[in-house]
Design a protein around this ligand. Sequence first.
Ligand SMILES: [Zn+2]
Length: 140
Amino acid sequence: MKSEPPPPCPFEKLHPSELNRDAGYYMSHAFNESLKAWKANEVPIGAVIEFNGAIVARAYNQVESLNDPTAHAEILAITQATEIVGDWRLNGATLYVTKEPCPMCSGASIMARISKVVYAVPDPKMGCMAVPRRCRSYLA
Ligand SMILES: [Zn+2]
């Protein structure tokens, strides 16, 4: 664990309307997950997975608390979603994540056959969604 406590979180939890389940709705829930990461002194990244109009997984980055470099929000959400859906193939699912997925999570989204990935901000340093898109032609 990091030794310093996290700075106070300047952001408020969002309360999106249940009546309008658009990308903003799902991303608001991913954002709320990222606030949990902030409060746990983690890099604040959150993710949710939508399947058949419902959120089947929600997670936040827990690399420090689990002492696990693979405990990214996306990986934890994919694992949850496969348990809920009952299939490791998440065809038709959409992953919403607050930051562009890293190489590991981009690859995992392909391996899980997630149909669509939506991210709020690009990550010029570690973002990797463009590369897997190119890889898809090789994997098909
Ligand atoms: Zn990642």
